[in-house]
Design a protein around this ligand. Sequence first.
Ligand SMILES: Nc1ncnc2c1ncn2[C@@H]1O[C@H](COP(=O)(O)OP(=O)(O)OP(=O)(O)O)[C@@H](O)[C@H]1O
Ligand SMILES: CC(C)(CO)[C@@H](O)C(=O)NCCC(=O)O
Length: 529
Amino acid sequence: MKVPTRSSRYSFNLKIFKLHNDKKPNSPNSPPTSPVISAKRNSWRASWRSALGSGSKSKTPANGCDMNGLPEDAVDAADAAESTLFERSRCYSSSSSASASASASTSSASNDQLLPAIQIPQGDELMSMPWFGMDIGGTLTKLVYFEPKDITPDEQDREAGILRNIRRYLTKNSAYGKTGHRDTHLQMDNVEIRKRRGSLHFIRFQTTDMGNFLSLAKQKGMAELVTTVCATGGGAFKFEQDFRDQVNMKLAKFDELDTLIKGILFADLHNCTECYYYENARDILKSEKREFNFSQPFPFILVNVGSGVSILAVYGPDNYKRISGTSLGGGTFLGLCCLLTGCTSFEEAIQLATKGDNRKVDKLVKDIYGGDYNRFGLPGDLVASSFGQMHLNDKRVSVSREDLANATLVTITNNIGSIARMCALNEKIDKVVFVGNFLRVNPISMKLLAYAMEFWSNGTMKGLFLEHEGYFGALGCLLQFNGELAAALSDGGDHTSHPDADSEPTTPKSTDEPPEKSPLSPTSQHSTR
Ligand SMILES: Nc1ncnc2c1ncn2[C@@H]1O[C@H](COP(=O)(O)OP(=O)(O)OP(=O)(O)O)[C@@H](O)[C@H]1O
Ligand SMILES: CC(C)(CO)[C@@H](O)C(=O)NCCC(=O)O
């Protein structure tokens, strides 16, 4: 359970508040007006929780965190390769119910407005197991599976063999087929969803393996058990017919950005160590991961770094807008890295980047000025031109694959950081949350983003990160199982907004408005910082 009274967290909020208020009005690095930090505490949570029908949250959860939000039982289940890169500890709350449900059409106009009560679907078929949420993205498909742990002996007797086999198959293995992988270190235990208690399992595979996934699902008898799968992401549209034809499954489609936000809020409510930041972000070598109290999240900028990048301004659980995006995302990093280094996987690309040095590839300010460019506060070590040395033959022949991988990672990350910061400045928001699988096993990028937010805003903005990185869309989708699933089924299975649909002014879910492009051209970033 998240405990708000953490002195270091308060001091961080106070520091930001002070910086905003102390700032001289026309300081070149300051936003035109200070972002408002709400004095109301946890009010959105109370209303959200009441909308979920989960009652009040106990202050001393049965498991999970102590009153300082520290892990009571740190579970080290990380895969060996991943845990060497990134250490994680867990502490999950058991105290609140879990079904996210507020429907888009009744979205709140402000953070504090009460949301409508959930409608639990009546039909047993909607409630029957197994419960999945699926996010079929441009590169990776994410699957969140709810494993009930409160099965009574009676229920066990009645549990169909197929259902039992699926449950065992998913929870006893951590690798499936060629690219399937269960992120065991992310498992959430003792979670309550729709009055059932159990564990959430997080599974991913390459979207290019969808054919194999469907064959496996068929082979395991899923088609006889599951009639409807809640799905989000572009693939929910692209593969809809394949699901129908190959496994006789209908997709109840949900919008990827709606479910992303729902998943984030749910995960943070249930995991007191979900959100973190980097202390000493200005010194990348010394910066260290620390928990962040995200109990008052709104407003925040959300940067979803998947194959491409979507940037949202989030004002409440059902109140957000997509303010920008860029095609230079995780897919670009992986694609360029494969081209430049001959690597064949994301993990290999990150391993190479960890050992490389971008300064052999990029042109730095000091390569041009001989030192800092003081007049505009550009340090000598700042990248002036990404890959800017690679037109020189002698430099080109002396760089390694590792240097090229590192430079590619730094280029893509800095560009995302720069656009995100401009968006935050524009919206006058000081919290910038980065998610998406690009950040998987990728502390280099997270530290760089934390540095970029802190340095270029003079400490007034904070880069924040979330443990379940790329799984929020799938998680949010699983939670949609309530009233919205019934709606999705009755209206033909599509619960997303279309560009030609009417949009709610306070809930810009549809894509009516022409998409705003990134405020920066890739070549103009430094001068606009
Ligand atoms: N095992 C992996 N295989 C491929 N890419 C990976 C892997 N792990 C992390 N990544 C990174 O994550 C990115 C995909 O992230 P994510 O799953 O969040 O997006 P997506 O849903 O596939 O894409 P989009 O949202 O743009 O449709 C890849 O482009 C790559 O940079
Ligand atoms: C197309 C999506 C939304 C798919 O998740 C994502 O890849 C993205 O936001 N790409 C960037 C598109 C843009 O330039 O705004």
